[in-house]
Design a binder for this molecule. Structure first.
Ligand code: DHB
Length: 315
């Protein structure tokens, strides 16, 4: 078995590198011309609802040079039925590991979407609930109110045996409060973090650039915030698997997340600049294991929380 193989709770992955939701089209089809999708730890689909969503008016993206991007996509997606009929067979044929990201405007919509695929255990390694879209009315509600987070996770746990991850918002005072609500409801993993609310102003029109004013901020600038939230959550709940997300562009970034307590990571904004970033990170992790004579990538998960400072790092 490869040294990079890892378990995220009961979810077995070939390696700890996945493509983040919304950064690889609906289901990474476009990435298959750059590499074989089966080389990845997995792909996470665009958030899919029980019905197609048209998304927000344009412009939808603003670049913040050297820092990342602000987006306001508005959850445009073709709906879960279209996905299951037209995209999933391609992923299966490619031998890709698939995590299905699900979204709803109401509790009932989350339930209906999961209900549609609830028994297809062999086709999905996990379901990731998007509880944290910053770009639609009420999109953050499920991630800012622990009672709502508890309800949606526990209702979904009742209808499917597919492992369930909850993707949480950083737009909150204490992420461990929402994390705890999800854990109490039986979640199998926490995906940390989604985008941070931000704003861009056009100084010529004297107005916000994005149609809703605010957008979701992602990219290298948010990495320290994401690391801090992974750190806090791992410290408080060391047994719950964490999927680290936020400004991961390089192997070094990925290693930092694993050391902080993430069992695996997702590459997001980096995909827009370099579609092969995830593969480069996988190769970099292999090198890291060899150079450090480690026998499994899981050995480093959470290591930054240990008190011992390695001799080589002392000054
Ligand atoms: C969108 C959804 C998200 O969860 C996010 O973090 C950013 C954008 C969207 O589709 O608008």
């Amino acid at each position: 078995m490869s040294l990079l193989a890892t378990n995220v709770g009961n979810v077995k992955l070939k390696n700890p590198v996945l493509l983040a939701s919304g950064t690889c089209g609906v289901a990474a089809r476009e990435f298959s011309s750059y590499f074989n999708l089966s080389e990845l730890g997995g792909i996470v689909t665009k958030s899919l609802g029980i019905r197609p969503w048209v998304g927000n008016p344009t412009p939808r993206v603003v670049e913040i040079p050297n820092c990342g991007i602000l987006n306001s996509i508005g959850l445009q997606n073709p709906g879960i039925e279209y996905f299951a009929k037209n995209e999933l067979p391609f992923l299966t044929e490619q031998n890709a590991t698939v995590v299905l990201n699900v979204v709803g405007e109401t509790l009932d919509e989350y339930i209906q979407a999961v209900d549609y695929i609830k028994n297809r255990i062999s086709e999905f390694s996990a379901i990731e609930l998007n509880l944290s879209c910053p770009n639609v009315d009420g999109g953050l509600d499920f991630s800012q109110d622990p009672k709502k987070a508890f309800t949606v996770v526990s209702e979904i746990k009742k209808i499917t045996k597919i492992p369930l991850w909850a993707k949480l918002s950083p737009n909150i005072t204490d992420i461990t409060v929402i994390g705890k609500a999800c854990i109490d409801a039986g979640v199998d993993g926490l995906s940390l973090i989604n985008t941070i609310l931000g704003l861009a102003i056009n100084r010529w029109t004297k107005k916000p650039v994005l149609p809703r004013g605010v957008g979701g901020y992602s990219g290298p600038a948010i990495k320290p915030i994401a690391l801090r939230m992974v750190w806090q959550t791992y410290k408080q709940f060391p047994k719950i698997p964490i999927i680290g997300i936020g400004g991961i562009h390089t192997t070094d970034d990925a290693i930092e997340f694993l050391l902080c307590g993430a069992s695996c990571i997702q590459v997001g904004t980096a995909n827009f600049a370099n579609p092969k970033a995830s593969i480069e990170i996988i190769n970099g992790l292999k090198d890291y294991l060899e150079k450090n004579k480690l026998s499994s990538i899981s050995e480093i998960v959470g290591q930054a929380h240990q008190n011992k400072t390695p001799v080589s790092a002392r000054h």
